[in-house]
Design a protein around this ligand. Sequence first.
Ligand code: ITT
Length: 189
Amino acid sequence: MREIYFITGNKGKLLEAEKKLSDLDVRIIQKNIGYPEIQADTLEEVAEFGVQYLVDKVKDTFILEDAGLFIDALKGFPGVYSAYVYKTIGFNGILKLMEGIRDRGAVFRSVYAYKEPDSPALFFIGECRGAIATKNRGSNGFGFDPIFIPSGSTRTFAEMSTEEKNSFSHRGKALEKLYDFLENRIKLA
Ligand code: ITT
């Protein structure tokens, strides 16, 4: 069985990746060694910098992911600053910023980086459009899940099981692409 290290401190992300990739012949192993999340304009740049930082430190195949919530009425905020905003004002702070705002549109984005030793990194991207709820609902998932309602549902991510969230989510879509890549990669090995 192939082993892939997932460089993340986020157990929720790990669970979603394990679920989505579970019927492949791979074992996802969490490695919580951290990497600097640079101030950049895009998630891709943050992920790319993370890979470059880790390449000398992790000798085996690894993945990492950078994700963010981009709110239309706030011109894309918190976007690349989502982790910092979550740690400081949390989803309640976002609900406060959105008080009285009728345009609730938002998009979650996810960028996965996959790095094998001696090969360039590959990137897999997923997006999920939806709306910011007017109050938090549900207790599953993590981060901004209690305030995000994906298009096509009336429930927040936090009111869904991991499988159901994956069927809508930015991460689920990026993982779908990673799944297809890995399936072929294993066949060719
Ligand atoms: P890493 O160790 O993998 O970097 P992190 O929690 O710092 O984990 P990110 O920087 O990618 O993750 O995420 C930015 C923020 O957006 C963070 O606070 C997450 O909780 C939140 N977030 C990311 N994906 C989410 C999702 O699917 N649902 C809800 N919140 C999410």
